[in-house]
Design a protein around this ligand. Sequence first.
Ligand SMILES: [Zn+2]
Length: 156
Amino acid sequence: MTAEREQPSPRTRRPAASSETVRVNMSRQKRRDTGCEMAVRRILHAEGIRYRVDFRPLPEERFRVDIGWRKYKIAVFIDGCFWHGCPAHGTLPKSNSAWWSAKLQANSQRDRRTNEVLRARGWTVLRFWEHEYPAHIASTIQQQLKPNSTCSNHAT
Ligand SMILES: [Zn+2]
């Protein structure tokens, strides 16, 4: 924290990371550790929030959660626009389109099943698209975490 404050200048620097991140993501169709997810994790971490990444929330199920909390039963998924068929950016490759269509449809079905299985076990499922602003995603997550503890005191 800064002890003394100069008069607020209209040109206060803002992190330009989010739009940058979105652009990087578009060119890189990766499943895990996407720029968006990393940006969200950085924000949470900077807020002093500890989380678990890429874990299996239910031992008998194979699916993994991108970011989550077992204690609060909160599972966050940040879905790639391509792999999960984002309505805004999901595309179908021209070659082998039938195969891709089936593949991507299967992914969506798996996502829906994952949601159902987790919710049936009392988990809160938060799903985002990787094209969403990391800051927005992070604040939505924080709102979910809030009801229990306003200021996270580490009650380990
Ligand atoms: Zn998208």
